[in-house]
Design a binder for this molecule. Sequence first.
Ligand code: UD1
Ligand code: UDP
Length: 357
Amino acid sequence: MRVLTVIGNRPQFIKAAAVSHRLRDRAHEVLVHTGQHYDASLSQVFFEELALPRPEHRLDLGGGSNTRQTARMLAALEPLLRAERPDAVLVYGDTNSTLAGALAGAQASIPVAHVEAGMRSFDRAMPEETNRVLTDHVSSLLFCSTQTAVRNLENESAIGEKHLVGDVMADVSLAFAPIAADRSTALADAGVTAGEYLLVTAHRAGNVDIPERLERLVGLLERLDGDVVFPLHPRTAKRLEETGLRARVETATTVTAPLGYLDFLELARNARAVLTDSGGVQKEAYLLGTPCITLRDTTEWVETVEAGWNVLVDLDADAALSALERPVPTGERPDLYGGGHAGERIRDVLDSYTAQP
Ligand code: UD1
Ligand code: UDP
């Protein structure tokens, strides 16, 4: 079995860490880095910390609009697939790199395997929702993190084989949380005390690309009490500079560069709560037992809300403040995401997969 994996940005490097080495025990993997994320703090650090294999191909195609970026990736992937002749193309999540890999594979008549298939926010204004829906409907293998995702695919009559495998990010965060606890000095570096600070991330286009929404986000941060650590995604940094809002954020929070995985996990595990518009961070907060306040009005990770660990507040500062006052749910957290075995399940399915003629 020859699998060509297409990855390109921060969450995908983390997801691939659950699968890549396991897959290589049984199959030949060719790793392609589209270059969507190119800063060392968004790319190289994850290859080092998570010991990901070196990509066989680097496309260096970051930057530009969603359309132009996807188009450039498609143009580069076509000859690469022709040369590599894989039996399957493996893609993760919902980014431009995901859609480009999936569409290039499907157009070359190569079976596509999609990890995190069936996630839906039902908000078509999100570029990620378009990427997810299109990717699922050209995929032959649909690896689902949750039963909700399987149901979403059934409701859309997606024709690929559906496999409920659990969530690959759960594999990685469960494996690396103890290592982070051992090695990271992130709390001391940020000058914060366990249980006494908030951790914030924000990069969703719908929150940071619209100046009025960005200003609401900044206003919300200004209302938070105590220490607030805010590792800035480059998209957000750029927008804050363009709108002249950066100084207000620096007054209200401790701004840092994007953090490596171990430091981020350690800060998330010890935070009083996490405020985020990230998909991955919502899941991680749940897995680490940290309350999450989601700065969106929809989520794909609905189980975290149903379990009482996540509250959707959009950019409503009053709602965020009252969510912070909620008591933490008591009792065991249900195992929502497959218990850390998604990577091996994906490997097993891929290993025994034979495309239908
Ligand atoms: C992308 C994904 C988003 C995902 C996020 C993970 C899409 C449509 N969006 O958003 O779903 O949640 O990655 O973090 O695929 N930039 C840098 N350095 C980098 C990368 C980007 O400075 O290494 C800046 C550039 O100005 C770039 C902008 O950030 O134009 C946006 O980057 P891009 O990869 O297009 O989108 P993200 O916001 O990172
Ligand atoms: N993350 C990180 N450093 C940071 C912020 C996030 O390592 O400064 C990790 C985080 O632990 C999670 C992943 O990045 O595993 C989430 O990626 P991101 O929020 O960029 O994308 P999304 O999940 O929203 O697509």
